[in-house]
Design a protein around this ligand. Structure first.
Ligand code: HEC
Ligand code: HEC
Length: 204
């Protein structure tokens, strides 16, 4: 049943009969009812900052963020604006997503290679490097409007960094992400993404 509904949503969202559905249920088809999506192409929303969720939905709706393959543009155009605050709060209040099990990730790499990457990711996150500011300053701060990254799908993180670098996504909030992404090598992108997916990062 869910599969049928999913097909209807992705091809033509307004054919879906939303009677009796909570407004976030349509989002749950891709992002998961617990906000922990299964497919890495759909970012996890559980525990994300409500203001960030709301602002991104509006970016998609206004055609200012267009790196989603069109799915968010369709859905965001159909969201009742009066529901957006409730939808964002629903996902924001879900339990923070857990980091992905390190054993599972490490098994994907030759011995040592996983640790080399995670340690490089940790260094970039907390200390930065030449021309790369420490991510922690914005991404672990409750008072910053930057999104939480921890526990996010690593393929999604890597894609966003490439999209920022290539000009396919803009940073409307602080304006620094394209320049930061331009200074990351592909190894650094992989390292950062592995680090944030598998480590619990304390939030200030
Ligand atoms: C048909 C699948 C689909 C549905 C349904 C859907 N989304 Fe998305 N969503 C996506 C995709 C794909 C992306 C972006 C992937 C990318 O940028 O590469 C995305 C991105 C987002 C982001 C950006 C997250 C971030 O970390 O920047 C937010 C917020 C979001 N969606 C909220 C919602 C909300 C709220 C709803 C319901 C009103 C919803 N989505 C419904 C597919 C979907
Ligand atoms: C000066 C603050 C700042 C710093 C430092 C910073 N970021 Fe960001 N980052 C942001 C903001 C703000 C956004 C959201 C921009 C928008 O969508 O308008 C963002 C978005 C992102 C996203 C997209 C997340 C999502 O859910 O879609 C990724 C990935 C990211 N940053 C990675 C990094 C990495 C890796 C570093 C460190 C090497 C870093 N950022 C350093 C402010 C910052």
């Amino acid at each position: 049943m869910l599969v049928l509904v999913f097909v209807a949503v992705s091809s033509n969202a307004d054919m879906l009969d939303k009677t009796g559905m909570a407004p976030w249920e349509v989002c749950a088809l891709c992002h998961g009812a617990d906000g922990v999506s299964v497919m890495p192409k759909f970012p996890k929303l559980a525990g994300q900052k409500a203001a960030y969720i709301e602002s991104q939905v509006l970016r998609f709706r206004h055609g200012e963020r267009m790196n989603d393959g069109g799915q968010m543009q369709t859905i965001s155009a159909e969201v009742e604006l009066g529901d957006l605050a409730d939808i964002s709060r629903y996902f924001a209040e879900l339990p923070v997503r857990d980091p992905v099990d390190k054993g599972i990730l490490a098994a994907e790499f030759p011995p040592e290679e996983y640790l080399i990457r995670v340690e490089r990711g940790r260094k970039l996150f907390y200390q930065g490097d030449k021309n790369v500011p420490a991510c922690v300053v914005c991404h672990a701060d409750k008072n910053s409007q930057a999104p939480w990254l921890d526990g996010q799908h690593r393929a999604y993180i890597e894609k966003q960094l490439i999209d920022f670098r290539d000009g396919n996504r803009r940073d409307f909030i602080i304006g620094k992400m394209p320049a930061i992404a331009a200074n990351l090598t592909s190894f650094d992108r992989e390292a950062i993404a592995l680090f944030v997916e598998s480590e619990r990062i304390s939030r200030n």
